[in-house]
Design a protein around this ligand. Structure first.
Ligand code: NDP
Length: 405
């Protein structure tokens, strides 16, 4: 049984804490630390009520490496799950290096002052983690995370070579608010308003944000949605680790209402990350916007509907072209009744727990810094079925569908 320290008491941190507490044979002790300790306490209370497991709570500023090191030295965890914000990835990795603790996250590092998320900052830790004999598992959420594992699984079991990939993320849920984001608003809006990039013939091709749109019909009656092409970080690691990929794109659903609000907010400068003077104080408009928007962690109670996230993976098998669609559907209300959160936090928190479980069991543990598709997909795929995110594979080789690559 391993001791695990979770950092970040937001929507995702709440799910990770509940799911780890369901596995007392794997996680012997659970610690939860965040900037605001009262949020950790509220999660700990819910975990106790739902599972009977006690977790201890701690205050920490994860931008502060000495404070993190002191906390880790006091608690002596075997593994740290980082579900704070992407801004904290490097400081938390530094603290893991200083203390010899394994590391896992769900989103790649992003500097606060530039809306640019890239892996090279974290890949640069490869040699130091290897020398220290500790493992960093990067991107163990849903996308990135499950989508990377889905792609690797299709490559391993269904194809000889993967040639094209379309990741499609549909949130068919309704939270009943005029405007809200499904995860941290600041990170979400930075991601959605960024230039679009997709992988094609050995390089990234840049296009204007939201300039490519398709209609997508989800399986199992989830519905028909408009999906927009955008950049997502798994495209960077997958195009590196699956060198046969000729084209890779990421698509996400947005309602007209969401896009209209976002357009107005952008037009009036509210999504900017440039500091402005306000009554003698310097403030960042996007951070101010985050404080007035609904907290994604509180949306669970009002959210209905289902998410449908999957990958269209095309390639060749025995010289013949083949196409597969592999996907999961997750129900917002079922997630709420199990762990008190909506499905976007749930679909991120469950894979984080599974990644930590596989590291704890040493099924996935080797010194260095690894993206999730660099490990064997099979044990992770089995655990998805057991721990709340069942998946299906469809052979779509002979189906007509314009947008796949
Ligand atoms: P939230 O904003 O709900 O939670 C973030 C938590 O981190 C908050 O509790 C916040 O504290 C805490 N935090 C922020 N800064 C610090 C700091 N300096 N020190 C300590 N704690 C800090 O975000 P989510 O739970 O929605 O998202 C968590 C992570 O999951 C993000 O990195 C996000 O990008 C990632 N994610 C990944 C997905 C995937 O599929 N791979 C999908 C969705 C999210 P406070 O409450 O005090 O602000």
């Amino acid at each position: 049984m391993k001791k695990v320290l979770i950092i970040g008491a937001g929507g995702v941190g709440g799910v990770v804490a509940h799911k780890c507490a369901q596995l007392t044979n794997t996680f012997g002790e659970i610690y939860l630390a965040s900037r605001t300790v009262s949020k950790c306490d509220a999660i700990a209370e819910s975990v106790k009520e739902r599972t009977g497991v006690s977790i201890t709570t701690h205050q920490v500023d994860a931008d502060d490496v000495p404070a993190l090191v002191a906390l880790i030295q006091a608690l002596k965890p075997d593994l740290l799950i980082n579900v704070a914000l992407p801004y904290q990835d490097l400081t938390i990795m530094d603290a893991c290096l200083a203390t010899g603790v394994h590391y896992l996250d769900t989103a790649n590092y992003e500097p606060k002052d530039v809306a640019k998320f890239e892996y090279h900052w974290q890949w640069d830790y490869q040699e130091r983690f290897e020398k220290a004999g500790i493992c960093a598992l990067l991107g163990s959420g849903f996308d990135p995370g499950v989508t990377n594992v889905f792609t690797r699984y299709i490559e391993k079991h269904y194809l000889d070579e993967v040639h094209t990939l379309d990741i499609v993320d549909v949130n068919g849920g309704d939270h009943g608010k005029h405007f809200a984001t499904n995860f941290n608003p600041e990170i979400n809006i930075r991601e959605v308003t960024a230039e679009c990039r997709h992988w094609e013939n050995g390089e990234f091709v840049e296009t204007a944000p939201m300039s490519e749109k398709q209609s997508f019909s989800c399986p199992e009656g989830v519905g028909e949605y408009s999906i927009y092409r955008m950049y997502h970080e798994e495209l960077e690691s997958l195009s590196k680790h699956i060198p046969t990929l000729k084209k890779a794109q990421f698509w996400m659903s947005f309602s007209d209402n969401y896009l209209k609000h976002l357009e107005v907010l952008s037009n009036i400068g509210m999504t900017s990350i440039e500091p402005v003077e306000h009554e003698g104080q310097s403030i960042i408009p996007l951070q101010f916007l985050k404080s007035v928007l609904p907290n994604p962690g509180d949306l669970g109670e009002s959210t209905q509907g289902r998410t449908c996230i999957g990958c269209f993976v095309r390639g060749i098998k025995d010289g013949e072209p083949k196409s597969y669609y592999i996907y999961n559907i997750c129900d917002h209300e079922q997630c709420f009744s199990e762990v008190g959160s909506q499905a976007v936090s749930y679909t991120t928190g469950v894979p984080a727990m599974i990644g930590a479980k596989l590291m704890s069991e040493e099924a996935w543990l080797k010194p260095g810094v690894w993206n999730i598709e660099q490990f064997d997909p099979d044990p992770f795929m089995e655990d998805l079925n057991v721990h709340g995110l069942p998946w299906k594979v469809l052979d779509v080789t002979n189906r007509e569908c314009d947008f796949f690559s």
